[in-house]
Design a binder for this molecule. Structure first.
Ligand SMILES: CC(C)C[C@H](N)C(=O)O
Length: 417
């Protein structure tokens, strides 16, 4: 229902999800569902974990596996390290991890590509759920999300009537319904300022001559800022999580994201340069070779998410938001250390206000810690559908990050052997 605020994207998402879980592929349905559980558990997304547990049982999965990793075949639990790294510190994935799986537990390349895609897909879906506050309250049959639970919105009766309509209700649940009204504007018009900056940036940005060193410096500046101590909203911390039900599906539950710019392993891992390995020219072909139909599907979904626009900005119409949306997408790659040589990171600096950057950082790096205050803390003048739109971009951009690191390691493993 939450994603249905953007029906065009929802359709592509559902088709991909179906393909990954119930259609083409060499892994059994039980394996696929269990991999999904393992991935969602890394981000403590109990909504998704329980949903996928139900799927697992529906597909004839062995109930004892739901007691945790010790109860599943070694082959499956051997994915745990890859799961942990891809979820939190994907830059640490190397060909060594891939080789261990191939030689130790006899994973075939085709199976591994499918497993990597599934892990990254479910990490990113968990990010969306946590970022929009989709959660499960067992004794509640209402929809639960930040969007649907906004105390400022109209009575929950409206919501229930939408929820209980026929199967196609999501298509009518467009971003212009009454619950998606534009909040009253502020005395200081943040939206006007943003529009001016976008305009100015579009004019100056395209003609500005910048040296390679200066471009690198701007990337480093953004990366460093994102890792400064006070760059997380109040209440969000980098210390270990509380123990949770999900722990049974993961190893080393305290393992988390570590600021890329400050990480212990800094000297060993150079900046990931997108010109050397990117989705369009590299990862896409790995997926096409080993997991055929899925590559096109993922590519379409990335494009839909990247290009999605209604040409609106809060209460304004007919606005070209390309630069703003591009900055959001690139910022996620930036906090994960992926640099685009031809991108001017000053755009990020100019267009993403601090609270939005903090939201992006929290959702894409510490999704399990997103609380209502983090969601409410940015873009107060914008519609809920625009905040959900941001979450779709975070989900897809983060998905790409995982695929890039995971499939680059796999590619190195193939070329080296
Ligand atoms: C994320 C939002 C700023 C997107 C904007 N409402 C658009 O339609 O392009």
């Amino acid at each position: 229902m939450v994603m249905a605020l953007h029906p065009h994207y929802l359709q592509s998402f559902l088709e991909t999800n179906f393909l990954l879980l119930q259609s083409v592929g060499v892994l059994s349905y039980q394996y696929r569902n269990y991999i999904a559980i393992m991935a969602a558990a890394r981000h403590q997304c109990s909504y998704l974990v329980h949903l996928m547990e139900a799927h697992f049982l529906l597909h004839g999965g062995d109930r004892s596996w739901l007691n945790g990793l010790e109860h599943v075949p070694r082959k499956l639990s051997s994915l745990s390290t890859l799961n942990k790294l891809l979820a939190h510190r994907p830059w640490l994935v190397t060909q060594k991890h891939i080789k261990e799986l191939i030689h130790g537990q006899k994973w075939q390349l085709q199976e591994l590509v499918q497993a990597i895609v599934l892990l990254c897909h479910f990490h990113s879906v968990a990010i969306f759920c946590q970022g929009t506050g989709v959660n499960l309250e067992i004794d509640h049959d209402e929809i639960n999300s930040f969007y649907c639970k906004d105390p400022k919105l109209s009575s929950s009766d409206d919501l229930n009537s939408l929820a209980s309509e026929n199967d196609k209700s999501y298509l009518k649940f467009s971003c212009v319904n009454t619950m998606d009204a534009v909040p009253k504007s502020n005395p200081i018009d943040v939206v006007e300022t943003l529009m001016e900056r976008m305009k100015k940036f579009d004019e100056v940005g395209s003609t500005e001559e910048v040296t390679r060193e200066e471009m690198n410096r701007r990337f480093e500046k953004e990366k460093e800022e994102a890792s400064s101590q006070n760059f997380l909203p109040q209440g969000v911390s980098t210390s270990p999580n509380k123990t949770s039900y999900c722990d049974r599906y993961v190893i080393d539950p305290d393992f988390r994201y570590q600021d890329f710019a400050k990480r212990d392993d800094r000297s060993d891992v150079p900046t990931f340069r997108a010109q050397d390995y990117n989705w369009e020219d590299n990862a896409f072909y790995v997926v096409s070779n080993y997991y055929n139909d899925v590559a096109e599907m993922l590519d379409d979904k990335f494009k839909i998410a990247y290009n999605l626009t209604y040409k609106t900005l809060a209460s304004k119409d007919n606005v070209d938001t390309t630069s703003l949306r591009r900055a959001i997408w690139k910022y996620v790659h930036c906090v994960y250390g992926i640099m685009y040589d031809d991108y001017n990171y000053d755009e990020v600096n100019q267009l993403l206000e601090r609270s939005l950057k903090m939201f992006i950082k929290t959702v894409s790096c510490f999704p399990e810690q997103v609380e209502r205050n983090v969601y409410d803390g940015f873009w107060k003048q914008f519609r809920h559908s625009e905040k959900v739109h941001v979450n779709i971009m975070l989900q897809e951009s983060r998905f790409q990050v995982g695929l890039l690191y995971g499939l680059r390691a796999l590619t190195q493993c193939i070329t080296d052997s």
